[in-house]
Structure formats: structure tokens, C-alpha cells
Design a binder for this molecule. Sequence first.
Ligand code: NAI
Ligand code: A1CAB
Length: 252
Amino acid sequence: MFLKLGLAKPNTLIASVHPADKLSLQSFQSLGVETVIKNAPVVQQSDVVFVSVKPQVVPSVLSEIQPLSSGKLFLSVAMGITLSTIESSLSPQARVIRVMPNLPAVVCSGCSVFVRGSKATDADADITQKLLQSVGTCEPVDESQLDVVTALSGSGPAYVFVMIEALADGAVHMGMPRDLAYRLASQTVLGAGHMVRDSGMHPGQLKDGVTSPAGSTAAALRQLELSGFRAAVSGAVEQATLRCRQISGKTK
Ligand SMILES: NC(=O)C1=CN([C@@H]2O[C@H](COP(=O)(O)OP(=O)(O)OC[C@H]3O[C@@H](n4cnc5c(N)ncnc54)[C@H](O)[C@@H]3O)[C@@H](O)[C@H]2O)C=CC1
Ligand SMILES: O=C(O)[C@@H]1CCC=N1
């Protein structure tokens, strides 16, 4: 997206890709971005380095690049890996910012947050915000919020995709063609999200506006309550938060 939006040129980017990851290799190459299979050249040739490997891989990657990390800015998107872990694994002269983006950034509708590490400067925060705001919203938060942010907006698109699939399944079950069902379900989620974000109204108040006395929505909502819908969704956020804390090695 940064290339498409003109925030970077292919010849200013370099990506390290695992040799088994042919898909990433192809997509970087199709964009004209140099790819390598080692992390050292990426750090050597860059001022800003995205750390976007799985949390379990972060420790080995950080120890590999530690000797080269002085004076560079690292933006880590890895869930559950704390600033103190990252900072203590890199040079004391490395600057670190933790970011939690989400998948809709690929269609410029993402929402991201970031937390500045102890050495990160105002200019580092500005560059982070500029990059992330180009693909959606971006706001600073306290690090104590990051696990729950990961559980809400980081993982959240997956919950919404399941919801869209389930809505469409219900409509297909009742006779609707599947392509129409996906179009209507996805636009319904978009529209409802738009209203909650922009109207300033409480979601419960908006829900009441859709719910006519003795109508179909009331019948549906009763079924959702009987099926434990609210508890299922809020429990999903709780479980994801706990998994982040487990990865961080934190109990609270
Ligand atoms: N998928 C998502 O929606 C989000 C993911 N994240 C975070 O992004 C990180 C990556 O997650 P995904 O993109 O889902 O995983 P992924 O498996 O799609 O990507 C991991 C990447 O790491 C590369 N890689 C593997 N071993 C490597 C090594 N030793 N050195 C350098 N590169 C290596 C692979 O080639 C691959 O491109 C995770 O830490 C996750 O917490 C954060 C927010 C949202
Ligand atoms: O599932 C994961 O580990 C990552 C964190 C946020 C979204 N995906």
C-alpha cells in the first residue's frame, strides 16, 4: 500500500522473506522490491525496519540483527512482544515503536495504534503516524492497552468475517443466492460500523431504531440472546487478550 500511495518507491525498500514463503517472495518481486533471505542486509540498508515476523520468531530475529541495530528505527507489529523485550534485545542506540495494525489496512480502512519506546523521538512517532494514517486511522495508546487492542481491532476482522459468513449462511439457508448474500451482509456490516463511528449515538440506541415492536428484528435479537451471542463475542476478545498475555509471559 505504501508504494501504491506514493509514500515509498520500490528502490527504497528491501524485504527479508523466509525461503519457504514463495507467496511473499512473488508479491514483493511483482512490486519491484528487492528481496533477500537474510535479515542483516535489510537492517544495514534501512533507516526504518518493520519487524513483522510471528512472535515466536521475534527473539531469534532480534538477536540476529542486534549488532546492526544502532541508530535505526524499528516498528514492531508482533503481538505480545513488549517494548522492554524488544529494547533489551537490540542496541541501546536502537529506537523502537510498537504498532498494532489490522488487515483492512490493505484496503486503506485499517485501524492502528502505536506506543513509543524509551528512545523513540517525536520525529519517529510522526513518521509512524504518517505511514499508518495513510492506510486508515492511527492513534497513540499506552502499552498497557496493547494486548486488548490486539484482541479487539488486531484480530477483530476475523470475528467480523465469521459474522458475515454466518449472516450469509442464514440467508442462503432461507433461499437467497450466495453472491447476493455476501454483498448484502458485507455492506450491512460496513454501514452499521459507519453509523456507530460517525453518529455519536450509543450502539444500543441505534439497535433500538431498527427494532420495531413485535417485528422481525426483535425476533432475531431474542434468538441471538438465547444463543449467547454477546457472551460469545466478548469472550472472544477476552480469550485473545489472554493469549497475548501468555505470549508476553505476563499473568496480568
Ligand atoms: N495477520 C494480521 O492480521 C496481523 C498480524 N500482526 C502481527 O504480524 C506478524 C506476522 O503475522 P502474519 O503476517 O499473520 O504472519 P505471516 O506468516 O503471514 O508472515 C510472517 C512473515 O515472516 C517471514 N519470516 C519467517 N521467518 C523469518 C525469519 N527468520 N526472518 C525474516 N522473516 C521471516 C515470512 O516470510 C513471512 O513473510 C505477527 O507478529 C502478528 O502478531 C499484527 C496485526 C495484524
Ligand atoms: O492472530 C494473531 O496472532 C495476529 C495478531 C493480530 C491479528 N493476528
